[in-house]
Design a protein around this ligand. Structure first.
Ligand SMILES: NC(=O)c1ccc[n+]([C@@H]2O[C@H](COP(=O)([O-])OP(=O)(O)OC[C@H]3O[C@@H](n4cnc5c(N)ncnc54)[C@H](OP(=O)(O)O)[C@@H]3O)[C@@H](O)[C@H]2O)c1
Length: 333
């Protein structure tokens, strides 16, 4: 991938700062209400200029948090490589304005040491990630998922050691069940590496972290919460109102399949659309604004395949509060 032309960040990128940033739990860190994820649209198979434009657009509009994982691509590792190239070509002067996360926990390389939660895997993985991303350290390192077979203390001690070694500044976990979250919070606090944030899927059609008590636990214990797939991978937008467009995630990727377009879902999407229209918003804007209105939520972690989508998503920070009537309709799925 060759990236040309010099990037100079928008001088007004922090103009909306009072409405853009929220404190992450009980910590010194402010995160943007809208953060950018690199799961899709940044792999080696995606057009390099488009990836560059999306990342530039994000930073130019006050997005300071960029979320990666070792296996984002495709192929695995290539989103971190794209990020590394952009870091070198565009973002090096802005490193201290950026909050960059990566993760390990899913399958990454072959054999018994490239998956789940062992110390062996996590420590090798952060070193690989730093090389690909061309960074000396990440701001946040996550265990990407709960491993039922590795002792939690082994995974947690590896995270403590990664932070102590200076390869990451803060610790996070993603997709851990409530009991394991409790253990993580206690273990990490005891080792003076407090859990900064929990990453879980929260959107209008999936409220599991609320129902399971995860968000309340985070809020009660000074831990931030960031929601991934806030648009249900594009379902909670205008993308699939009429058909499955050729260039959409559903037509291209295995992570989003057409069996999600059930009559129940399409009926709900109609209702969501009418609420959004009455508010003068896009469906995506309303769906994201709902997440930001939830108790305990620090940030929402969007994906975007164009700068236009990203701009529409960022506008959720300006949404007005929901009425009780709107909430009654929105929370029916
Ligand atoms: N911790 C975990 O296990 C985990 C799991 C999943 C995701 N994540 C993180 O969360 C991030 C976001 O996840 P996600 O990509 O699933 O998020 P999402 O925001 O729910 O979905 C993003 C996709 O929706 C479509 N879209 C976005 N904005 C749109 C708009 N305004 N109008 C129409 N369509 C729009 C685009 O798909 P098209 O390609 O169809 O345009 C876009 O790629 C990831 O990048 C990753 O960092 C973490």
């Amino acid at each position: 991938m060759e990236i040309k032309d010099t990037y100079i960040a928008n001088a007004l990128r922090y103009a909306a700062s009072t409405s853009m940033y929220r404190r992450c739990g009980r910590s010194g860190i402010l995160l943007p209400k809208v953060s950018l994820g690199f799961w899709h649209n940044f792999g080696a198979t995606d057009p390099a200029e488009r990836s560059r434009d999306i990342m530039r657009c994000a930073f130019d509009n006050g997005i300071t948090h960029f979320d990666l994982a070792n296996n984002y691509g495709p192929p695995y590792g290539s989103a971190e490589e794209t990020f590394g190239k952009l870091m070198q070509s565009d973002f090096r002067p802005y490193r201290d304005e950026m909050f960059i996360s990566t993760k390990a926990g899913y399958d990454m390389w072959e054999g018994p040491y490239g998956n789940w939660g062992s110390r062996k895997y996590l420590i090798a993985s952060i070193d690989q990630s730093l090389r690909r991303m061309k960074l000396d350290y990440v701001d946040l390192f996550y265990s990407h998922r709960y491993d039922p077979e590795t002792p939690l203390e082994e995974t947690l001690q590896a995270i403590v050691d990664i932070v102590r070694s200076g390869k990451a500044l803060y610790a996070g976990i993603s997709r851990w069940p409530l009991d394991a979250l409790r253990t993580a919070h206690e273990y990490l606090s005891r080792h003076d590496v407090p859990l900064l944030i929990y990453q879980g899927r929260l959107n209008l059609t999936d409220r599991a972290p609320q129902k399971e008590g995860i968000i309340d636990f985070c809020a009660d214990n000074g831990i931030g919460f960031i929601s991934f797939s806030p648009l249900a991978q594009g379902l909670l937008t205008d993308r699939y109102l009429k058909n499955i467009p050729d260039n959409s995630r559903m037509s291209r990727e295995k992570t989003l399949t057409s069996d999600k377009l059930t009559p129940k879902f399409l009926n709900y999407l109609d209702k969501l659309k009418s609420v959004a229209e009455k508010r003068g918003e896009s469906i995506a804007q309303t769906a994201l604004a709902w997440i930001l209105a939830q108790h305990g939520v620090t940030s929402t972690l969007v994906g975007a395949s164009s700068t236009e989508q990203l701009m529409r998503n960022i506008s959720c920070i300006h949404s007005s509060p929901f009425t009780t009537q709107e909430l009654e309709i929105l929370e029916t799925f």
